[in-house]
Write a protein that binds this ligand. Sequence first.
Ligand code: MG
Length: 392
Amino acid sequence: MSGDPGAVITSVETYALAVPLPRPLSDATARLTAWTVPVVEIRTADGRVGTGISGVHTGAELLTQVIDNHYAPVLLGAGSEDIVGAWKRLYWLTTHWIGRAGAVHMALSMVDIALWDLAAQRAGLPLWRLLGGAPDPIETYNTDGGWLNLGIDEVIRDLGALADQGWRRLKVKIGKADWRVDAARVRAVRQAVGPDLTLMCDANQRWDLHTATRMLPVLAEAGMDWFEEPVHADDVLAHQRLQTAGSVDIAAGESLYSYHAFTNFIAADALRVIQVDVTRVGGVTEWTQIARHAAAAGLRVVPHAGDMMQVHQHLAGTFLSETPPLLEFIPWTQHAFVHRSVVRDGYAHRPQEPGASTAVAATARERWQVPGVGATAAIRQARRTGRAAVAG
Ligand code: MG
């Protein structure tokens, strides 16, 4: 191995937080009372700690076990600077057979984010600056006012409150069993908030092509900026037909796991808004490749906030595009991190601290760590905690 001896990986630790939500929330697929954040901390010989995160509804232990049992033995003793090399080695382990998408790939993302966090720390720069981004504040849109379990009156009240706080772009969840209920909801919300606010809607994959097609004129009339995950995430042809049939931009990407999946949608002209999520694809490395490809095709890149924006606030605006960057803001886990994201009047201000803003606050771990999830593997004196067995 060549490279800086201080950059050698000496330990890999995993755990998870379950951060309680202020109120129970639903979309068309899930009811949530907490947001679970699997975490990996990768230490190097020079004493630095790189932190990678994910965001899941359930199954945090599936991600941490992939890291503990399969990735950690490969990482220990290796240099942390060869990020692409590490990505390829981990991607092509035998775990590829059971998870080139899903939990295995999300675990790879956690490691990749941790290695980029380390790289930015070693450079003494916030990650966005290491990637060449501009320092300007980035507009955000707010998803936290339009949940599907809220009645129309509650949605209208919450969206009004967010508009008063400075947000000009707001999302409304749809996807009920009867599309006519959603049509009435969309019309009522638009009438209440007026014509100036930008609205987008999200069906979380719960409709078939026929139902989604019937909603297109309703959404166009309501001036929806985009129609998100109208049908099953893998159905390229259905997205293509919807994009061709109506004037509303079709958005998707939070359920796609690879550069190749995105290239299929882009080649088919099936999407206009690319919602690539750094926790779903293979971390910063694969995110930037997808974002550049999508932007080069003239598409909007608006990341899905599986990371609650902690990492995406660094990635937005680091590639060439004529579209101003936009971020999804969901404020559930800001208080779990040492360096909280800063959003004022709807705009995210770039972090100034070196790294990727993923370091977990000690108080968050004390309060919200999930018992029995995670392990530690280290060079010399391998130490075992939790239930996963890891070779040291
Ligand atoms: Mg969505």
